[in-house]
Design a protein around this ligand. Structure first.
Ligand SMILES: [Zn+2]
Length: 235
């Protein structure tokens, strides 16, 4: 009996290791997706900023052209003032010139405001660049790191599976089936010690009769509560 249990213990060690590696492998795509998401979010922000910058530059250029045109017109009107003899016409043109100048100074203010916005966005873009490069580096590092880990894990999985096969050959089919079934039902832990008269799998106290049987170590005993295989351990 002792030998059977020893084999099962070794088998379980391997199975737990295989389980842990498999969980790691399942985690890798999520980890890489997380970093990739951060990178692509940053890219979207940068692109959005660049687009806004282009729009503002275009708008500013249009406003400046417009302003130059209007200023030129005011100059022409001012030149014409000298030639006007009629007072009413003179006053009317003066009013028009004053109104045009007001409009022009409003436009000038708008242009200045846009220039400030443009400077602000340029500053943000300057900050974006190193941040983006940093995220890109993080992504590349994580990617290659996880690829290495994945290769290592796959290799170890193969090795562990081979060792498992060897050990399993020495265990009877019935016992192996029972072990595998409990393992699947109990999150990988099929074999637990009984210590201080309690099952260490579910922590329930074992009936004295069961505990004694475990101590005698004559046959495979299951915990009456969690159905795991229990073996005796001094405690
Ligand atoms: Zn139990």
């Amino acid at each position: 009996m002792q030998e059977k249990l020893e084999l099962l213990k070794r088998l379980q060690e391997i199975d737990l290791r295989i389980r842990k590696i498999s969980i790691n492998i399942d985690e890798y795509p999520r980890k890489i997706a997380e970093v990739e998401e951060k990178l692509s979010q940053k890219r979207i922000v940068c692109e959005q900023r660049k687009k806004t910058l282009e729009e503002l530059e275009r708008d500013r250029k249009k406003k400046e052209d417009n302003l130059r045109f209007e200023e030129e017109r005011v100059k022409q009107w001012e030149a014409r003032l000298k030639e006007i003899k009629n007072n009413r016409d003179y006053q009317a043109l003066l009013r028009e010139i004053a109104a045009a100048k007001r409009d022009n100074s409003l436009m000038e203010e708008e242009i200045l405001k846009e220039l400030e916005e443009i400077e602000e966005i340029k500053k943000e873009l300057e900050q974006d660049e190193p941040e983006y490069r940093h995220l890109e580096e993080e992504f590349n590092n994580t990617n290659s790191e996880l690829k290495d880990k994945f290769a290592q894990d796959e290799k170890e999985l193969g090795e562990q599976a081979q060792i498992r096969e060897k050990i399993a050959r020495d265990i009877s089919t019935d016992l192996l089936k029972k072990y595998d079934l409990i393992r699947k039902q109990r999150a990988g832990l099929a074999l637990v010690p009984a210590k201080n008269s309690a099952c260490q799998g579910c922590n329930m106290d074992l009936p004295p009769q069961v505990y004694n049987e475990v101590r005698r170590n004559k046959e495979i005993i299951l915990c009456p509560n969690c159905q795991r295989i229990i073996y005796w351990e001094e405690g």
